[in-house]
Design a protein around this ligand. Structure first.
Ligand SMILES: NC(=O)c1ccc[n+]([C@@H]2O[C@H](COP(=O)([O-])OP(=O)(O)OC[C@H]3O[C@@H](n4cnc5c(N)ncnc54)[C@H](OP(=O)(O)O)[C@@H]3O)[C@@H](O)[C@H]2O)c1
Length: 322
């Protein structure tokens, strides 16, 4: 087995052979290192903080949510600095939606994307009440205009619609993909029954992710959605990974104590926990550069079996304390 790192040219050739997407792989050092390890067949290394999408694209396991950005929670310049700080630290997946702040989140992102588009993995969403007729194509065009870009890396259906509408939704997403407006599509807030209905539809298996709430404070999906997605090779994108505004876990003493042993904060521990399984992407939101720096530390934080046991006891999952 070749244990040496590949040259850039060898790496490109291996990636092409494996059908991996090079522009994105160039996005973060972590992503590149992980793909190199995979291509070289190096099995015995610690798990890297990347997630492989069904089409082979490798993305960072730690992105940045943008729900409240551009809406005066923090000064816009500070929020932009927060996003740029995260991008520089490897959090180059940005999650927004056409309906966040009625487009203001996407508009703020357009400033951050300028000159940086190829480094970013950009995710946006369409609403369930926009899927009729050519509504998905129109919503996508409006998002692209606000973002000031020609394509989305990933376009999600924000909330489930009736399963009878899935064939039309998938066909619309596939048309956008064929036209180069989006590179992949996925869903959000789908339960297992809805995922199964989706996978029965033609091209439904092309779903790149299910974005859903997951944190120490909300572990319900461990009983159903998470194992289903793992079995079907669908990565989960965990929203509200710090617990969301109402159940933030960043002030928790147990997490802070674990963080002290790793030289990071409670927030980084919470995010490292969400990403621990290798098929979950966490998208914490912060409009504060200092908080983003804390969160980025999760990329280098490897929780021990004892840490996981302690966290299971403090925040039992659906099957009780581990
Ligand atoms: N698909 C869906 O239905 C859906 C639903 C909800 C959310 N989302 C996505 O998921 C993203 C994140 O979810 P979320 O905003 O609900 O929850 P979250 O990321 O769990 O928490 C965000 C809150 O945590 C604070 N925070 C972040 N880092 C911190 C740190 N290191 N220390 C202390 N506080 C910190 C933020 O305040 P500061 O800004 O002051 O740091 C903000 O108040 C959203 O932006 C959105 O993109 C998707």
């Amino acid at each position: 087995m070749n244990k040496h790192l590949l040259t850039r040219r060898q790496f490109a050739a291996r990636c092409a052979a494996l059908g991996l997407s090079l522009p994105l792989l160039g996005a973060t050092r972590a992503a590149r290192a992980s793909a190199q390890a995979r291509a070289a067949g190096a099995a015995a290394r610690p798990p890297a903080r990347t997630v492989r999408l069904p089409d082979g694209t490798v993305v960072t396991a730690l992105g940045q949510g943008c729900w409240h950005l551009g809406q005066d929670r923090h000064p816009a310049a500070v929020e932009e600095e927060a996003l740029r700080t995260g991008i520089a630290l490897g959090m180059n997946l940005l999650d927004t939606s056409g309906n966040y702040g009625r487009g203001r989140s996407e508009e703020l992102l357009s400033h951050v994307l300028a000159g940086e588009r190829e480094r970013i993995f950009l995710v946006s969403k369409v609403e369930g009440d926009e899927v009729a007729g050519d509504g998905i194509a129109r919503a996508c065009a409006a998002s692209l205009a606000r973002l000031g870009t020609g394509y989305l890396d990933l376009y999600l259906l924000h909330w489930p619609v009736a399963s009878a509408l899935f064939p039309g939704v998938v066909a619309a997403f596939e048309q956008l993909r064929a036209a180069g407006r989006i590179r992949a599509w996925g869903v959000s807030n789908f339960d297992v029954r809805q995922m199964e209905d989706l996978f029965r539809v033609a091209d439904g298996h092309r779903c790149a992710t299910n974005q859903i709430s997951y944190s120490l404070a909300h572990r319900d999906i461990e009983a159903d959605v998470l194992p289903w997605c793992r079995q079907h090779d669908v990565p989960v994108m965990a929203y509200s990974p710090l617990g969301g505004d109402k159940h933030l876990v960043v002030g928790d003493r147990t997490l802070a104590q674990i963080g002290a042993a790793h030289g990071c904060t409670a927030a980084a521990v919470a995010l490292a926990w969400v990403m621990r399984g290798g098929n979950v992407i966490a998208i914490p939101e912060s409009g504060s550069p200092a908080h983003v720096r804390e969160n980025a530390a999760a990329l280098a934080t490897q929780l021990t079996p004892q840490d996981l046991k302690t966290l299971d006891a403090a925040y039992p999952g659906p099957s009780g304390p581990g």
